[in-house]
Structures are given as structure tokens and as C-alpha cells.
Design a protein around this ligand. Structure first.
Ligand SMILES: *Cc1c(COP(=O)(O)O)cnc(C)c1O
Length: 382
């Protein structure tokens, strides 16, 4: 694949979100909204590049936040619906969160009882929900399975104190998927309805959570539309929300890095100005192999290199890649699809530079919207 011209001018390391690709995702998500009446929110956990929120807010209904800071960001930068869920809210934050949220979702009936009065006093219009755990999931990896064994996320039916339903619950929320297609949603929805179906008629809305990989090429969007419409038809046209994060930022741009040095220790090792640990954490946590533009598997092409980060962590290894031509010091390396779950997780570990954030505009101009420096490193420490 030929590099677009911005690759050469991007200050590295740099995440580049391509506006055109982001809008393509938003238009597809909007087509689901239009065909079903469901409302789609951006889950900030996966994608929080707020300089794009004017664009995102043209299509989606708002933001899904996981606590005070994300709720503040959603209110300030998109200012549409703000839905806030947290595994556990804190006494000192609940009023501020309630004031700026449209929906507040508690993780347990315990938390509901503890905070519902305070929340409603702070914001009489707030709509209250409970996150339930349908105990069905086929999420691909344990660390990203919200319904795995002993999960703390959402209340299981055996622990659900149904007396709360009479005390001001408007909705139920489940989140059970991770990077999955609509067949996985259908299985979860079946489990949800078997366990919690008798409560749906008392609700105003159901939130299907995130993990829907709607913008991935092989996602069955038509089937999703059928599933949502069927659910709404069977339940008195109840409001349905979806809150994907990854599907919004999916394949919207790369992380661009530079080869700083090439060393040898029984193989060729390229040291880059980026880091698996600090900038591409899921390559270690999930783990997965990031795609590098114009590369092959080790030994598939003539020249193989191990890509190491510019930190002193021995395990800061991104992976092994092969190329048709030898790499050169100073050459740009393009890691594909690095916009979701990357900069939201970045750390200043080892003092290495946080990657810049840039937007490649539809008019082919590169806007570097944020650069980081020493102050950002220092201000996180004391
Ligand atoms: C992580 C999360 C999401 C978004 O999930 P994606 O996999 O990014 O679509 C939505 N809702 C909740 C409650 C989450 O924890």
C-alpha cells in the first residue's frame, strides 16, 4: 500500500485519525440508528479524541462514560446525551456526576439503594438503570470478558433484588461483548431475556452495551437491524441504546513511528521511537500482533526485524516483521489501526514521549492537534 503524503510529515510518534474514515464509520452507525430507532453512544473508554467530537456528535446521540472524568468530557466536548456507568460510584462524586448525566447506571442494587436519592436530588430528570450480567458471553479473551467467571461487572439474576424495580428503575443495561459479530449479541440477548425478560415491561429503555464490531467488514449489519427491530417489536417499542467504542475508531488511522537504530543480537532488532508498553498496550495485554504496513510475517519476506520500544523494559517488544528491502535508520514505520484503545491507555512510563495526536482532514491537510512534552511527564508525578 502506498503511503499517503502525511506519513512523511507527521512528527513521530504520532497517532493520525483520518477524518474521512471516521466519518465513514459514523455514517454506517447512523444507518443502524435510522433503520431501528435505536440510539448509539460513543463509549469514551475506547476512543476519546475530543477534537473529533463535533463530527462524532453530528451522527451519534452522545457519550457513554465510566465515571466523573469521562462524564465531564462528554458533557464539555460533545454535550449531547451523557450516560454514566461505573463499577462503583463514590460518595464524594455522585452528585456532580448526576448533575451532568442523563442516564446513571448502577452496577449493583446495593449501589442503587445507597445513591439513588442523592442522584435524583441533584438531577430530578435523571434516568436510572441497573447493569445486569446475563451470564452469557463468548468474548475472545478472559481479560476482556465482562461475563467471565466471578465477574464483578453487572448483577447476576440470583443477586438481583427485584424490589428496586418498584423504586425508580427506568432501564436495564448489559455489556457482554468484545469485538463480536451479531450472532454473539443474539446469544447474549437470549440469555438476557430468559433471566430478566419479566422486568422489561416495567422499563423505559434497554442498553445493549458495547463490543458490537459494527464497522468491521464482515459484520452483519442487516442482521443487527433485524435483531433490534425484532426486540423493539416484541417489547412495546422500548427504547434501545448501543454504546460501542471500538467500532467508532475501528480502522480510522495509524500510529506512525521512526526507526531510531538497528542493533544485532543473533537477529536484527529495530529500536523505534514508540513503545508496546506505553503506546500500544494491547499488543502485550491482550495480546495481539499489530499490523505493519508493507510487512510480512517473520521470514516471509527477505529481511526480518524485531521491533523494540524505546524504553528500558526488556519485554517492550512489538513483534517480528519482515520486509522486501532492508530497513533504514530514520525510516517511518506505519502501525495500522491504532486509534481505538491506544492513546486512551497511554502512559508516560520511563519518560518516553507520548505520541502526538493528529487529524488527517478530508481536504488532505494534516492537523497536529496535540503534542506532549516534559510538562506532561512531570505533572503526573510529584
Ligand atoms: C468498554 C465498554 C463499552 C465499549 O466497548 P467496545 O468494545 O469498545 O465497543 C461500552 N460499555 C461499557 C459498559 C464498557 O465497559
Amino acid at each position: 500500500m502506498k503511503n499517503p503524503p502525511y506519513i512523511d510529515i507527521a512528527p513521530t510518534p504520532c497517532y493520525v485519525c483520518e477524518e474521512e474514515l471516521l466519518e465513514k464509520n459514523l455514517i454506517l452507525l447512523d444507518s443502524v440508528q435510522k433503520a431501528t430507532g435505536a440510539k448509539i453512544l460513543l463509549a469514551l473508554k475506547g476512543f476519546a479524541m475530543w477534537s473529533t467530537f463535533d463530527l462524532v456528535g453530528k451522527y451519534l446521540h452522545g457519550t457513554a462514560a465510566s465515571g466523573l472524568n469521562e462524564a465531564l468530557l462528554g458533557r464539555e466536548k460533545m454535550n449531547k446525551e451523557v450516560h454514566t456507568y461505573s463499577p462503583a460510584f463514590k460518595e464524594e462524586e455522585i452528585e456532580e456526576i448526576a448533575k451532568i448525566s442523563d442516564h446513571l447506571v448502577f452496577n449493583s442494587t446495593n449501589q442503587f439503594k445507597k445513591f439513588v436519592k442523592k442522584a435524583k436530588n441533584a438531577n430530578p430528570k435523571i434516568s436510572i438503570g441497573i447493569r445486569v450480567n446475563p451470564e452469557v458471553s463468548s468474548a475472545p479473551t478472559d481479560i476482556y470478558n465482562p461475563c467471565g467467571l466471578y465477574s464483578r461487572l453487572g448483577t447476576i439474576i440470583d443477586e438481583f433484588d427485584e424490589s428496586v424495580v418498584e423504586n425508580g428503575i427506568d432501564g436495564l443495561h448489559f455489556h457482554a461483548l468484545c469485538e463480536q459479530n451479531v450472532d454473539a449479541l443474539e446469544a447474549v440477548l437470549k440469555g438476557f431475556e430468559e433471566k430478566f425478560g419479566h422486568l422489561i415491561k416495567k422499563m423505559k429503555w434497554i442498553n445493549f452495551g458495547g463490543g458490537h464490531h459494527i464497522t468491521r467488514k464482515d459484520y452483519d449489519v442487516n442482521r443487527l437491524i433485524e435483531v433490534i427491530n425484532d426486540f423493539r417489536n416484541r417489547h412495546d417499542n422500548i427504547a434501545v441504546y448501543l454504546e460501542p467504542g471500538e467500532a467508532v475508531g475501528w480502522q480510522t488511522g495509524p500510529l506512525v513511528a521512526t526507526v531510531l537504530d538497528i542493533v544485532k543480537n543473533k537477529m536484527e532488532i529495530a529500536i523505534l521511537d514508540t513503545s508496546a508498553e506505553a503506546h500500544m498496550p494491547d499488543t502485550l495485554a491482550m495480546p495481539y500482533r499489530a499490523m505493519v504496513r508493507n510487512s510480512g510475517l517473520p521470514n516471509e519476506k527477505k529481511y526480518t526485524y524485531r521491533f523494540g520500544g524505546n524504553t528500558c523494559l526488556a519485554g517492550d517488544i512489538i513483534g517480528d516483521y519482515s520486509f522486501d528491502e532492508p530497513l533504514k535508520i530514520g525510516q517511518k514505520i506505519v502501525f495500522e489501526d491504532q486509534i481505538h484503545y491506544t492513546f486512551v491507555k497511554n502512559t508516560t512510563f520511563n519518560g518516553i514521549k507520548l505520541p502526538s495526536l493528529a487529524i488527517y482532514r478530508k481536504n488532505k491537510k494534516l492537523d497536529v492537534v496535540k503534542e506532549f512534552g516534559y510538562e506532561d511527564f512531570k505533572n503526573r508525578l510529584s
